[in-house]
Design a protein. Structure first.
Length: 201
């Protein structure tokens, strides 16, 4: 499968990265996440402490919620409840986009157990160099982050595959990508999930 534009992303340190929901942006419903699935190399995971080298250019960066799976999620018929039950921890994240496609994923070091969290209400404040770019809640991701993960599982089921334990699920951008040029940094502060930053050089 070829890489597609920004949507739901699944990644693991030793596993593929999966992108679902080609062309979907913030506010899209879960049906958009089933539109297409693409596999990327696990090298798409970018260490939070490392700068992103953009040369004289810039990166397009957007904040979102990441689910760290502790158990598989299989479709067809996957549900948000099943995706949440399979989630070990929830993290904030930043996705780097190029040509409309997710190319890099930065996952926050701070994780929280999903029990007791309403992920649809988890908020994020997105900034560039200390200037606010926007705010959003988890519901901007296909109605609920777990709905994005369930839809990705259904999409993978079409190829007789599933979301696997140990994978990280990027549940779609909560805000449109913003340009972060060399010498600047993006910062996303999440309720309950801590702060994720990315510096471009």
């Amino acid at each position: 499968m070829a890489a597609g534009p920004a949507g739901t992303v699944v990644a693991a340190a030793l596993a593929p990265v999966v992108v679902a929901g080609a062309g979907a942006g913030p506010g899209a419903d879960a049906s958009s996440a089933r539109a297409s699935v693409a596999l990327l190399d696990a090298a798409a995971l970018h260490p939070p402490e490392s700068p992103l080298i953009v040369g004289g250019g810039s990166a397009q960066v957007a904040p979102g919620i990441v689910l760290a799976l502790g158990a598989p999620v299989a479709g067809p018929g996957a549900t948000p409840a099943a995706a949440l039950a399979a989630t070990a921890t929830v993290h904030g994240g930043l996705a780097v986009h190029q040509g409309g496609a997710v190319t890099r994923l930065v996952v926050g070091r701070t994780g929280a157990a999903p029990a007791g969290l309403d992920l649809g209400l988890v908020g994020v404040l997105f900034e560039r160099d200390g200037v606010q770019l926007g705010t959003a809640a988890g519901a901007a991701s296909f109605g609920h982050p777990a709905a994005a993960a369930a839809a990705a599982a259904d999409a993978l089921a079409l190829d007789e595959a599933r979301l696997e334990a140990g994978w990280l699920v990027w549940c779609g951008a909560l805000l449109p990508p913003a340009e972060v040029p060399a010498g600047s940094h993006a910062r996303a502060a999440f309720g309950h999930l801590g702060v994720v930053t990315l510096r471009c050089t």
